[in-house]
Design a protein around this ligand. Sequence first.
Ligand code: FEO
Length: 168
Amino acid sequence: MVSEKMQDALNKQLNAELYSAYLYLAMSAYFEDSNLPGFANWMKIQAQEELSHGMKFYDYLIRRGKRVILDEIEKPASTWESPLAVFEQVLSHEQKVTGLINQLVDLAQDEKDHATNNFLQWFVAEQVEEEETAGGLLQKVRLASTSPSSLLMLDNELSQRVYHPPAE
Ligand code: FEO
């Protein structure tokens, strides 16, 4: 059984995932405006992934017979100082999300809610990947930030990303 407290915490994470989608979509729009369509493509797909993360929480709550309560989504920034500033925020944002997932796992374990703990393990693994990807891209952007031609090559690389719905 999922407790009311766990239900509220899962609804909060659903909101956090939707905010992540909103944040990455705002970053995508910023890159469109900066004439970096490959970066924009990467961020738009990142936003789609976050939406799918949110839907995992949505579907889990429904399957467990709990209530989904949608809250307001915080307004993201609309502009950044540079592509480097964007990727610094991506990494720190993903580190923050990892902390939120860890807190949820702590709560599930405190409540001996093994099913929710099991559900959350997908996100534990996902966050390792998210931080690794964000950290790797930050390094690439940092190296390219002083060379417009390198930045355009990276833009071309990021234009190749395609959306794959996450596995169950
Ligand atoms: Fe939903 Fe980027 O973690």
